[in-house]
Write a protein that binds this ligand. Structure first.
Ligand code: PLP
Length: 366
């Protein structure tokens, strides 16, 4: 039996029972509301996690990259949504091939891509399911509801593609700073805009089976608007420091921590640790300029210490609490953003209380 404290640092650790509780709670909440749950795979990138989500009731998965699509298809998952854009010939070829192995829905937001994808799919004798992306406030990709009608018409008019639905990623909620109630209102507003877009397409005579929202900050608001059929949160499997600050989770639900060791305490009120941006990524905090939150053994934030500087393999902790830290002492960091951190690691320790029960490998990293 390997104990967690026997693993050298830095090491990324998943608390298995917290993760399982998060997976079950989300599945139960969506099942009760009659909403299909299609979690985003990019926060975990681990087949073992996807299996647990599927066993809990996930209808399929959302992917950010075609490498994630391929990894899930290889592992036997055959109902996927690639929520990106088939903007290169190679990507369109891979999407068409993927649809021979399973049902791989493709997101897009332009008639140009509809035409290119339809031509490739039709030439290959494949029909690719398509979702039109509607922007509901993030201003990243996605069109207005009115523009979505034009794209839906283009999909309906061409062989090789068919309209599966509309979707949005209400990621603007992640940068909100107000009360949780304001965030929930914004989540519902995003969904209402998406539902209206679906209605406008239906009025044009085109069937819109799926209306899909997706984010962890919006998990308790956006899915519960009449007309929404699917939710795609991803980060909820682990939650993280940013989700805790947004009120999406309690600190006890956070299942992913980096374990690190103090390597130097030469200066007053300063300690260096063996974890920098190559362990934690440089993904920022949604509230301050910290690289992560120092937490105690129970996972509660430690007062009077800030993690405000990081080099590649050094992290710098500043504040009065650093004076009590000793070289060789182990600390835990709650990362700001789970997705970025997981993507840095080739092996992650799975822990049941203090015992290491497995080592899992994220797949489909760049
Ligand atoms: C298209 C899409 N859907 C769903 C999600 C999941 O959101 P979250 O990471 O907040 O769980 C993301 C995250 O970036 C996304 O881009």
């Amino acid at each position: 039996m390997t104990r967690l404290d026997d693993l050298d640092t830095p090491v990324l650790v998943i608390d298995r029972s917290r993760m399982d509780a998060n997976i079950l709670a989300m599945a139960e909440r969506m099942r009760t509301a009659g909403i299909a749950l299609r979690p985003h795979f990019k926060p975990s990138k681990m087949i073992e996690v996807a299996r647990r989500q599927r066993d809990a009731g996930a209808v399929g998965f959302t992917c950010a990259t075609l490498a994630e699509v391929d990894a899930l298809l290889d592992a036997g998952f055959d109902d996927l949504f690639w929520a990106h854009a088939p903007a290169t010939p190679d990507k369109r070829r891979r999407v068409v091939d993927a649809n021979r192995r399973g049902r791989v829905i493709v997101g897009l937001d332009s008639t140009e891509l509809v035409a290119l994808l339809a031509a490739d799919a039709d030439a290959a004798g494949v029909t690719v399911p398509v979702r039109v992306e509607v922007d509901t406030g993030l201003r990243r990709t996605g069109v207005t509801g009115d523009q979505a009608v034009g794209i839906a018409r283009a999909v309906a008019a061409l062989p090789g593609v068919h309209l599966d639905g509309v979707y949005t990623h209400e990621g603007q909620l992640a940068s909100m700073r107000g009360e949780r109630d304001e965030l929930r209102d914004a989540g519902r507003a995003a969904s209402s805009a998406l539902v209206s877009a679906a209605e406008t397409i239906r009025i044009a005579g085109i069937d819109v089976p799926t209306v899909s929202v997706g984010s962890t900050p919006g998990w308790d608001s956006a899915p519960f608007v009449d007309g929404v059929t699917e939710a795609r949160p991803g980060t909820y499997v682990f939650f993280d420091g940013n989700q805790w600050r947004l009120g999406s989770a309690t600190i006890d639900q956070c299942a992913l921590h980096l374990h690190t060791t103090v390597i130097s305490t030469v200066r007053p009120q300063q300690a260096a640790i063996d974890a920098g941006i190559k362990a934690l990524s440089s993904d920022g905090s949604n509230r301050d300029n910290s690289f992560g939150i120092v937490v105690d053994g129970a996972g509660a934030p430690v007062a009077e210490i800030d993690f405000t500087r990081a080099y590649e393999e050094h992290g710098m902790l500043d504040g009065p609490a650093a004076d009590t830290m000793r070289v060789g002492e182990r600390l835990r960091i709650l990362p700001n953003h789970a997705c970025g951190v997981v993507n840095m690691w080739s092996r992650i320790a799975i822990v049941d209380d203090t015992e290491v029960v497995d080592l899992w490998t994220p797949v489909a990293r760049h």
